[in-house]
Design a binder for this molecule. Sequence first.
Ligand SMILES: Nc1nc2c(ncn2[C@@H]2O[C@H](COP(=O)(O)OP(=O)(O)O)[C@@H](O)[C@H]2O)c(=O)[nH]1
Ligand SMILES: [Mg+2]
Length: 377
Amino acid sequence: MSDTVVSLLTPPGTGAIATVEVRGPRAWELARKLFTPAGKPLPESPETNRFWFGSLGNDEVVLAACGVVVEVHCHGGRRVVQWVLDQFLANGCVEERNPRPKDEGFELLQRAPTFRTAGIILDQLNGAFASEVRRILTLLETDPREAALTLHRLAELGNTVGRHLVEPWKVVVAGPPNVGKSSLINALVGYQRSVVSEVAGTTRDAVSVQVAFDGWPVELLDTAGMRDAEGLEAEGIEHALCVLRAAELVIWVLDASSRDVIFPDEKTEAAVHLPRSTGWVLVMNKADRSLDWPPNYIPGAIHLSATTGENVPQLADWIVHRLVRNPPSPGAAVPFTTQLIEQVNSARQSALQSEWEVSKQTLLAALCSAACGFASE
Ligand SMILES: Nc1nc2c(ncn2[C@@H]2O[C@H](COP(=O)(O)OP(=O)(O)O)[C@@H](O)[C@H]2O)c(=O)[nH]1
Ligand SMILES: [Mg+2]
């Protein structure tokens, strides 16, 4: 039985470029047999951090190697890819079809919307998650309480940051009509994107825009004003309610220049059935034309002006603070796939109930899921 495995790392189907990975003790030997370099012959053993141009059959490819792993970057047409796979299969490799988390990690890396989240995924592909899990496994033997604490922190990072390395947090801007919701989104984004109008209630559809605050991906969603209305507006409001229910954070905007401030109250929350975990931020907009409010009239509200930009950066900082209270330090472990997040949560749950053996087994399974080949060693 062969212990050298060939697999397609890029998603199946036609693409511009495909990556075929060969992993195992014969990987380099087979690369040397099948690959014709454009320049000097390949060295006897692979050199890390180098790549070679050349060809495999008629296809021009780039070869990269690291330890027992060789990558062939070839043209992405289905037939070319199959042909490349076939060459390695014909030479005794076995094909691995099930994508491993490492591949999932690479896929996530490609989809990461910011350098910050890409950096976190890369840290995990370089073994940060695996080594932290190993450390916890050792702690489970020597100091279970410390293990439980460490697991708790790891699970928290998964549930907050881990879930948003690719998918943005949903932050909904809501409130009565004409308070400056669309203007606030524009101010946050820094360019004109939503419909801004003098007429109350013109944002019929929720308009969304994706931004990065401090490197964290955030989708800002505009909503129609919350009020009783008929016809088209009523439709917009129904849509807004749906958007609100999906929110991770709601920025409720009030108009500091008007006596008619409308708070989100229990009725609003009940009406939209917001999950308890949804956070709220109160904003008093139009600070440039603010009435003379007594100090702290609305406790915790951020006074700002979408028009002049006053305190808008502070709101962005506040949003980040609410979404990511404890950001991971550079190189820290973060459960980075849905499966790993679930496994770590489940291991934490077992540790909380002092079911140390179950916790250990779950972590071992997570370690197995996260086995990142060359990266985790
Ligand atoms: N003076 C002042 N006017 C603002 C401010 N923000 C928005 N407005 C004005 O308020 C009106 C309604 O704004 P809009 O963003 O469409 O409100 P929305 O209905 O809540 O989306 C527009 O005329 C805006 O120019 C602000 O900070 N200061
Ligand atoms: Mg609007």
